[in-house]
Design a protein around this ligand. Sequence first.
Ligand SMILES: NC(=O)C1=CN([C@@H]2O[C@H](COP(=O)(O)OP(=O)(O)OC[C@H]3O[C@@H](n4cnc5c(N)ncnc54)[C@H](OP(=O)(O)O)[C@@H]3O)[C@@H](O)[C@H]2O)C=CC1
Ligand SMILES: O=C(O)[C@@H]1CCC=N1
Length: 270
Amino acid sequence: MDTKHISILGSGNIGLSLAKGLVKAAILPEKNITLTRRNVAALSNYAELGFNTTANNPQAVAQADIVVLAVLPQQLNKLLDEIKPQLNPERHLLISVISGVSCQDICDYLQMNIQVVRVMPNTAIAIAQSMTCIATSNASEENMKLVKDMFDTVGVSIYINEELMTSATALCACGVAFFLRSIRAASQGGTEIGFHAHDALKMAAQTAKGAADLLLQLASHPEQEIDKVTSPKGCTIAGLNEMEHNGFSSAMIKGIKMSAEKAGVLYKED
Ligand SMILES: NC(=O)C1=CN([C@@H]2O[C@H](COP(=O)(O)OP(=O)(O)OC[C@H]3O[C@@H](n4cnc5c(N)ncnc54)[C@H](OP(=O)(O)O)[C@@H]3O)[C@@H](O)[C@H]2O)C=CC1
Ligand SMILES: O=C(O)[C@@H]1CCC=N1
C-alpha cells in the first residue's frame, strides 16, 4: 500500500493509535500519513517522527486517497462541512471509526454518494492487537477487501452487518476498558494479599493474557478452562462463587448492554 496516502482527521486517542499501528505493521511509512487536529501543536512529537501534521482538514483531504474520520460524534458535522468541497467520490474512500454514525448518515449529511466503510477498532491497534469490526452499506467489494487487509495487519478483523456496529463498539472498543478495569481490580486484590503494586499488576496482566490465549489458541470455551482450575472444595471455586454472589458476571453483562445503548445515541444526542 505504499503508493496510497491516508489522512486521519481527528488525531486523538484512536486516530493516533491507528497511525502508530499502520506504521508498526509497515503498511505505510510516516510520510504517507497526515494527522490533523485543531490544536496541531499537540502533534509535534508525531511531526518529529516524520508524520505530516496540520490543522488544515481540506488540505489533508486533497492529499489523500483514504480519509479516516476519527473525531467525536458531536464534532463530525462541522468537520464534514469543512471538507465537503474537497471530497471527490471518484477518488476518495472514507473510513469512519466514529461510534453511532452510520455510513448512510455520512452520505446523507454530505448529500454525496461517496463510499464509506465503517470500522470499529480498539486502542490495542497501536500494538497490532486490535479486534476490528468492519461494515458498509455502499462500498465496493474491492474497497472492503482493501480495508480488511489493512486492519488484518494491525490485529484481527471481521465483517459484520452494520446494524451490529453499536454492539461491536460496546463489546470490542469499550471492552478494552472493561478488561483493563478487571485487571486493575485483580491487582488491587493482589496487593491486599501481599504483593507490591507493580508486581501485582504485572502478575494480574500476564494471568489475564494467558487466560485469553487459552481461549484463542485452544479454541476452547471459558467454562471448559475454568473447570480445569477449580479443584473440588478448592480455593478457586470459593473465590469465583464469592465474586458471582457479588454480581461479577451480571455487572459485566449490564455494563456492556449500557454501553451499546449509549453508543447508539451518541450522534443523535448532539
Ligand atoms: N478511543 C477509543 O478507544 C475508540 C474511539 N472510537 C471513536 O473514535 C472517535 C474519536 O475518539 P477518541 O480518539 O477517543 O477521541 P479524542 O477526543 O481523543 O480524539 C478526537 C480528536 O479529534 C480532534 N478534532 C476535533 N475536531 C476536529 C476537527 N474539526 N478537525 C480536526 N481534528 C479535530 C481533537 O483534537 P483538537 O481538539 O485539537 O481538534 C481530538 O484530538 C470517536 O468518534 C469514538 O467514538 C472508536 C473506537 C475506539
Ligand atoms: O467511549 C467512547 O465513546 C468511545 C467509543 C468506543 C470507545 N471509546
